[in-house]
Ligand binder design. Structure first.
Ligand code: 6GU
Length: 260
């Protein structure tokens, strides 16, 4: 996977891309992160990348020309057919929400272009005429698209074949299963008066799986009840949720009714 990042702050991508699993994927050449400085594509002596907005208003707007030209330069080594398969993502709080489903979809692309927005926003023609999608990482406002781009790179990279140790550890993730993950414990069995649940020490695998499933359901109901609308749930799951006071939506209103 090749990531082409267009940013006004290329130095932001130094250190964060140099640790842990992403760094290892870069070393193994499973991933490249190529960072272009949008300012290198400005045409005046001051390197002006932003300007006042038409119509008036507070805040500067990113100019379209340097961003279009930086994208063209980043993608110049690809054939037209290859370019058509490369998503061009503009990171903006106005975008669609980044979900694990979208991350999975993106991980199938040969390369991804990431445009980091800044200032009050960017000229709309970047969204209209250059980006193929606009993505936000959540309902809060950041100073720029750099951290969101790194988050997207991290989330996509760990799904690439051979990047994370075992495929099971990716498949069992929170959200990937449609539910939040159950609690995890390691040694010591008791720490500062806090004991590991007995069932995990029992060696009864079926009991352990049941406990884990129930904890996932409890946690999802408490913290992210919205996920229960679309998670694949068995009848046993629904019965357990019912004992927790969850009012199951009527039959036919759940996406995964076929699997229930
Ligand atoms: Cl992608 N950009 C900015 N500036 N703020 C955000 C965001 C993106 N996603 C959530 N907040």
């Amino acid at each position: 996977m090749r990531f082409h990042v267009l940013t006004l702050f290329p130095e932001a991508f130094g250190e964060p891309m140099q640790f842990s699993i992403v760094a290892r994927a870069v070393q193994r050449e499973q991933v490249t992160v190529e960072v272009a400085d949008i300012r290198d594509y400005t045409h005046d002596a001051h390197g002006t990348a932003d300007d006042y907005q038409f119509g008036g208003g507070h805040g500067m707007v990113m100019k379209p020309e340097p961003v279009f030209e930086a994208a063209e330069a980043a993608l110049s080594g690809y054939t037209e057919a290859e370019r058509n398969a490369i998503p061009v993502i503009f990171l903006t709080p106005q975008g669609e929400l980044l979900t694990q489903k979208l991350v999975e979809e993106l991980s199938a692309a040969p390369a991804i272009t990431l445009i980091c927005g800044h200032y009050a926003g960017a000229d709309e023609r970047i969204a209209e005429g250059l980006a193929t999608r606009q993505v936000s990482i959540g309902d809060y406002v950041l100073t720029g698209g750099e951290l969101p781009a790194m988050i997207l790179i991290d989330a996509v990279t760990r799904l690439l074949p051979g990047v994370v140790g075992s495929p099971e550890s990716v498949a069992g993730d929170s959200i990937t299963t449609g539910l939040l993950q159950h609690p995890l414990y390691t040694r010591p069995a008791e720490y500062r008066g806090l004991a590991v649940p007995d069932v995990l020490l029992s060696g009864h695998h079926a009991e352990i799986e049941r406990w884990r499933r129930r904890k996932s359901l409890e946690r999802t109901l408490a913290r992210r009840p919205d996920l229960l609308q679309t998670a694949p749930l068995t009848n046993e799951d629904l019965q357990y949720l019912y004992t927790l006071g969850y009012a199951c939506p009527e039959p036919g209103r759940r996406e995964h009714d076929a699997q229930v």
